[in-house]
Design a protein around this ligand. Structure first.
Ligand code: ADP
Ligand code: MG
Length: 617
């Protein structure tokens, strides 16, 4: 007796729902993606009780024809693909035709839609996948979907829901990503009547960043832009002073779609080089455009993970673009008096560190930066956020970047880009005193500066050692008494495989009995007294890091040596020594942070000082 039979539609939809509709954010994702596919300029999401009570999505897209409103709830019903060939040129977010029937199967659902060009709309009411009512009604063009009592008929699923706050968090993350991917669409998200996200939909990515991360963060974002034959990269990267504790603040959008690609993420982070403190990650938003043939979207069913066919090339460009954009900036944090009613005359803990404003001559933006800013930012536009406060600081950013503040740049040839020479990024400071044996106080016409002497020296030494380690011919010296290193069998094997790498940095290793190596020669500029420690740490580095390459070995060794060779805090410096230190610091490529990413210099601007003493208001 045969036991196999085809599932009825209701059961099939409930099973499909189990896959498509995991939690409220999955419902929001499907409905909002449909709204985007419908060409909406404005999408509202209103949720009650973490979405379990109700989720309402309203759009002003092209709507659904009256005759299609019921068909849309059939399984595999879609308007987005027709024939096999279409599968290979998908330009919509959805195409499987599974979302509406799946959501309807596990909720009480209402869909209202009016197709553009039609005089009235259609309303369809479903419960647990069954049609309860269909009628014609008046409404604006577009679609409104309300999902009530999600999972009311699947109690097992309901039990898996986390706290309301967790579910709201998932939806919020999702909408943030969609808003970043579509700056030209206005998104509104409310939960229990409270506005959580509101974007202008004016096409300006920086405005979206301000809506999500706040105006202060947006103010500290540096525009990036690069174009090659295969790739276009645009976006914003945060200055190193606004880091986060995890890498989830690096957002990558490819051809308008949010994606996850670990290698791409790493390339952005590498672009910061030594600017980031350890265990800190940047905020960055990158929009990449490329020919779809360079992407394989179908790698992962949720389409979040994609692969690139020219990946290495892409990663290199991303890293370089990020690095370049940051290098063109002056990155000294500036001390500002906190906004307070009671004036405080001390900077102490009440002081707020802010980046240097762009009004100083030395910080003239390049022509390219001005153009990039102008493209992203419109002068008089200000966004009002839901609390009615003044929103994005774009007005000020624009002012700072506007050409009339930078006549010299404007006067220059349009074709030649001029970046400030590295040594110009730090003004020629005059040292005045040493504070607590640790900080140098120095002045310039725009105020005074505090320099952390240890951090400054570390930066100078780091760049010196890094250069030395990268030289073609490294002057090594032979050791009279070789240093012996004993290892385990597997460690010895790793070291054997990397022996060439050591040769490239001037270290000669010789096998000496089982699992034992001897260091015969090493570069003569290793800080004296620290030779053995430095060499042992290099070997440990290679053994402990699976994917070490010569670049990383150079970098970490240089950091290690720079720390060992630097003057420490609590060390008295003469005026000449201070002058020499500032001088050397000005010659470095990056006079802003020590190799561990801590700031070297803090600026107290004349303006802020005057404000503090109420000489200006
Ligand atoms: P898919 O998006 O994979 O095509 P869905 O089940 O999500 O499948 O939607 C089915 C169809 O309903 C879509 O193909 C589209 O034609 C229509 N549709 C759904 N939501 C909207 C909307 N907000 N605006 C216009 N059409 C919509
Ligand atoms: Mg869909």
């Amino acid at each position: 007796m045969g036991k196999i039979h085809v599932l009825d539609d209701k059961l099939a939809n409930m099973i499909a729902a189990g896959e498509v509709v995991e939690r409220p954010s999955s419902v929001v994702k499907e409905l909002v993606e449909n709204a985007i596919d419908a060409g909406s300029a404005r999408i509202e999401v209103h949720m009650e009780e973490g979405g379990l009570q109700s989720i309402r999505v309203i759009d002003n897209g092209h709507g659904i024809a009256a005759t299609d409103c019921l068909i849309a709830f059939e399984r595999h019903a879609t308007s987005k693909i027709q024939k096999e060939r279409d599968l290979f040129r998908i330009h919509t977010l959805g195409f499987r035709g599974e979302a509406l029937p799946s959501i309807a199967a596990v909720s009480r659902m209402e869909l209202k839609s009016r197709e553009s060009g039609q005089h009235s709309g259609t309303q369809v009411i479903m419960e647990a996948g069954k049609l309860l009512q269909q009628k014609t009604m008046g409404m604006p063009t577009g679609t409104e979907v309300i999902v009530r009592d999600l999972f009311f008929n699947t109690p097992a699923r309901l039990k898996y829901m986390k706290t309301i706050q967790t579910e709201v968090g998932h939806v919020s993350d999702l909408l943030n990503r969609l808003a970043i991917s579509h700056p030209d669409i206005s998104f509104i998200f409310t939960h229990n009547g409270k506005t959580i996200l509101k974007t202008a939909g004016d096409g300006k990515l920086l405005h979206v960043i301000a809506s999500i991360y706040g105006t202060n963060t947006a103010r500290l974002m540096v525009p990036i832009e690069e174009e090659t034959i295969d790739f276009t990269i645009r976006g914003f990267v945060g200055k190193p002073e606004i880091t986060r504790a995890n890498r989830s603040y690096v957002t990558t959008i490819v051809n308008g779609r949010f994606i996850r690609n670990y290698a791409l993420n790493q390339a952005v982070i590498r672009g910061y080089h030594t600017l980031l403190p350890v265990h800190r990650f940047p905020i960055a938003v990158l929009h990449l455009e490329m020919d779809p043939v360079l992407i394989d979207v179908n790698v992962h069913p949720s389409k979040l993970e994609i692969r690139f066919s020219k990946e290495q090339e892409l990663l290199t460009i991303v890293e370089q673009t990020v690095r370049q954009s940051l290098q063109e900036k002056r990155l000294i944090p500036e001390i500002t008096k906190p906004e307070r009613k009671n004036p405080v005359s001390s900077f102490s803990s009440a002081a707020v560190i802010k980046p240097v404003q762009q009004r100083i001559d030395l910080d003239r933006p390049t022509q390219r930066e001005i153009e990039t800013f102008q493209r992203w930012i419109e002068p008089e536009k200000k966004m009002i956020d839901d609390k009615g406060e003044e929103g994005i600081p774009v007005h000020q950013v624009k002012e700072d970047a506007s050409p009339q503040n930078y006549e010299i740049v404007e006067g220059q040839s349009q074709t030649v880009e001029k970046f400030p020479a590295p040594e110009e990024r730090l003004p020629s400071l005059e040292p005045l005193a040493q504070l607590h044996g640790t900080y140098i106080i120095a002045q310039y016409e725009d105020g005074f500066y505090m320099i952390d002497q240890h951090a400054a020296q570390e930066r100078i030494n780091y760049e010196y050692f890094y250069k030395k380690l990268s030289e073609q011919q490294i002057e090594s010296q032979e050791l009279l008494v070789p240093i012996t290193i004993e290892l385990t069998a597997s460690e010895a094997e790793i070291l054997r495989q990397h022996r060439d790498m050591f040769v490239q940095v001037g270290v000669e290793l010789e096998e000496f009995g089982t699992h034992t190596f001897r260091i015969r020669a090493y570069p003569q500029w290793i800080p004296s007294g620290e030779e053995e420690a430095v060499l042992r740490e290099m070997i440990e580095m290679v053994i402990n890091q699976q994917q070490i390459n010569i670049g990383k070995l150079r970098e970490e060794t240089a950091i290690n040596m720079s720390c060992k060779a630097s003057i420490k805090a609590n060390q008295h410096l003469t005026r000449q020594e201070m002058e020499a230190l500032i001088d050397q610091l000005r010659q470095t490529e990056n006079p802003f942070t020590c190799p561990h990413g801590r700031p070297i210099t803090v600026h107290f601007s004349s303006y802020e000082i005057q404000k503090m003493f109420k000489r200006v208001m």
